[in-house]
Design a protein around this ligand. Structure first.
Ligand SMILES: Cc1cc2nc3c(=O)[nH]c(=O)nc-3n(C[C@H](O)[C@H](O)[C@H](O)COP(=O)(O)O)c2cc1C
Length: 185
């Protein structure tokens, strides 16, 4: 199977930390992806300016154009993120904001979307994941509700334990299998 025949999943990582568990998780999931799936970790979220309509449009910043192009190429979008103060990290929400415009035609519009991640707390970042799903949905993505996984670190180290990682692979499989409802013409 060639890469063009595979389902392409753009991955947005919500942590910029060099030693980020969620980035390492995204890289592991990419390396272990099914043979018919490509996980493409979208780089450059840290170079996106804060979203500002005054700088968007025909002369949008190069960093935004690059991120939009990478996501536009994908069939699906997956966020892998920790939680900051009970919600999604600003870097991820900012990326979703850039991907939501032009209104109705943003790169995330119409793409099946799922969100997963891990944090050290017993809730595993569930508020971040709920909020990321809501933000992406309002941005025009088709949220795959049963593909959200909030993994508490106390329930197994997803970086070393393949069994602990299994539900994250399942979430990606659901995202890939998701067929948006079509309406009859
Ligand atoms: C500013 C800040 C706020 C945080 N708030 C939360 C929180 O609300 N809930 C939570 O589960 N963890 C919270 N954490 C802990 C992160 O989930 C934890 O540091 C996690 O490992 C970060 O993910 P990373 O390793 O991918 O960078 C917070 C961490 C930071 C730096």
């Amino acid at each position: 199977m060639t890469d063009t025949q595979k389902t392409r999943v753009a991955v947005l990582v919500g942590s910029l930390r060099a030693d980020s568990v969620n980035r390492k998780l995204a890289e592991l999931l990419r390396d272990e992806a099914a043979t018919d799936v490509v996980l493409d970790i979208v780089e450059g979220l840290d170079r996106l300016p804060f979203y500002n309509e005054d700088i968007d449009g025909e002369n949008a910043p190069a960093a935004a154009v690059a991120v939009r192009e990478r996501v536009a190429l994908a069939d699906r979008v997956l966020a892998v993120t920790p939680e900051y103060n009970g919600t999604l990290p600003a870097v991820l929400n900012n990326a979703i904001d850039w991907l939501s415009r032009p209104y109705g035609a943003g790169a995330i519009s119409g793409k099946p979307f799922a969100v997963i991640g891990t944090t050290p707390t017993p809730y595993g970042g569930k508020w971040a994941h709920e909020d990321a799903a809501r933000s992406a949905g309002i941005a025009g993505a088709k949220v795959v509700a049963d593909a959200t996984v909030s993994h508490p670190a106390g329930e197994g180290d997803v970086l070393v334990d393949r069994d602990a990682r299994a539900k994250l692979h399942d979430a990606i499989a659901k995202l890939v299998a998701f067929a948006p409802e079509t309406t009859a013409a």
